[in-house]
Design a binder for this molecule. Sequence first.
Ligand SMILES: [Zn+2]
Length: 223
Amino acid sequence: MVEDLSYQVERKKIKNIYIRVLPPDGKVKVTAPRQVSDRTIEEFVRSRREWILAARRKLLSQPLHKVYTYENGEKHLLWGKEYFLEVVYTKGRPCASVQGEQILLEIPKEGDAAFRQKLVEDLYRRQLKARVPLLMEKYTQIVGKTPDSWGVKNMKTRWGTCNVTDKRIWLNLQLAKFPQECLEYVIVHELVHLYEKGHNAVFYGYMDRFYPGWREIRKILKG
Ligand SMILES: [Zn+2]
């Protein structure tokens, strides 16, 4: 432990000390040669403190890795807009819904963070399933390719995937947090994969044609 920084040490047959800041919550992992003392490791971590904090800030600011506690008043995103979470205890059916400027979370008293997260994700899924069909219809006409099926699921590292053999598209549940253009961009991106598997000049040529301005949108998703 260095001041407020705790870290995990793994010893290996290597020459140098390495520090990594890991998703999803920014845990610090140090890999060190077997013969190096705890003291030396501590000094090394201390010398890299600023770098570690910066790496952790960067990681936690990435929308895919942001960790929420789902407490009353916490800010959550929906279609690029901030909503305050309002937690209300109920004996009725648990539910997350949009009420004006708030996301209302009606839960039993014992509902913990994981329980709350699931309800908010249900809300995101409903929101996406309400918007995607029309967008899919619009962009399949523009792109000229139609998937056999599409679905929504929570993904850790990708905004969307396209299985070109099965013509199946998956969209990341987290897209409900961003302005709708981000969802549109991902839909077009995955549809274009039905023409071209790789991310190459041909692929980007299609993107420029079917969704001009996609580069700007991609910047939003990259944080
Ligand atoms: Zn792709």
